[in-house]
Design a binder for this molecule. Structure first.
Ligand SMILES: [Zn+2]
Ligand SMILES: [Zn+2]
Length: 268
């Protein structure tokens, strides 16, 4: 039996002898099936030629990716708190060195996801740390490609995970698209971990929001307004996106507010 990973998006599928017929994440209009058709990677083959890429990015926060990059180059973020560690988002594989390093830090209390493009190897990661709960928005449950009883869907707009760590549903990219508010981040000013619920753009101090990034499908003004209003209620100074270069180190609250106004004005 093989765990098949979608080559385009990185989603793991249930163990089977032959690859699945399709990937529901890639067939959704927010992703795509490549011109060569649906392609699969074998989890064990990936494990032999790839490793996790661990980078400490500030006290209590590490970025964990996969090198060489596969799928969309996602990264996970490990948030360390006195009450335990939370993995925000996920990557398609976990190697032994990383599993041991996290275990030495006390393991995981929970895995929380921004949206389906980062579900990837969440079941493998949960199982490796004793079956910790996988918190993902109930609204996006239909996009799960590897079902598991470890998945604990949540509803509403806020999930308190640990003291100083809460997840907020903003919507937009996906109905359940969420961000993680980490109160101790950025030297106590607060950090927001955003996946691509909020997308940091190349010009310093600006972000954007899309229903689909690869297919360039925008969002309506009312949705941008909802996202801006929900973000305004959170306390943070810095944001970390789903890729290593997607960071605004300070004054990120203002960056999101001005970017939302620019977006709404462009649609008018
Ligand atoms: Zn896929
Ligand atoms: Zn996405």
């Amino acid at each position: 039996m093989t765990i098949w990973i979608c080559k385009t998006c990185g989603a793991q599928h249930p163990p089977s002898q032959t690859p699945p017929d399709h990937c529901r994440i890639c067939e959704d209009e927010r992703q795509y099936v490549s011109a060569q058709g649906q392609q699969w990677l074998d989890r064990d083959m990936i494990g032999a030629g790839h490793a996790n890429d661990w980078r400490e990015i500030e006290a209590g926060l590490s970025s964990i990716g996969v090198a060489p990059t596969i799928a969309i180059g996602q990264r996970a973020l490990l948030v360390q708190t006195e009450a335990g560690n939370v993995l925000w988002d996920c990557v398609p594989m976990l190697d032994e060195a990383t599993a041991n390093r996290i275990a030495a830090l006390g393991g995981l209390k929970a895995i929380c996801l921004s949206h389906p493009h980062f579900y990837t190897g969440m079941v493998e990661w949960s199982e490796a740390f004793g079956g910790v709960p996988i918190h993902l928005a109930e609204a996006d449950l239909a996009h799960v490609t590897r079902p598991s009883p470890l998945i604990k869907p949540w509803s509403g707009d806020r999930l308190d995970v640990l003291p100083g760590v809460s997840v907020h549903r903003l919507g937009g990219h996906f109905t359940g698209s969420s961000v993680l508010e980490w109160s101790a981040g950025a030297d106590g000013k607060g950090a927001l971990l955003v996946g691509d619920t909020i997308h940091v753009t190349p010009a310093a101090g600006w972000v954007s929001f899309m229903r689909s990034y690869p297919n360039l499908i925008p969002l309506p003004a009312r949705t941008i307004r909802t996202i801006a209003d929900r973000v305004a209620a959170l306390r943070f100074d810095r944001i970390y996106g789903g890729w290593p270069d997607k960071v605004i180190t300070s004054d990120a609250q203002a960056a999101i507010a001005r970017s939302a106004e620019r977006y709404i004005a462009a649609l008018a």
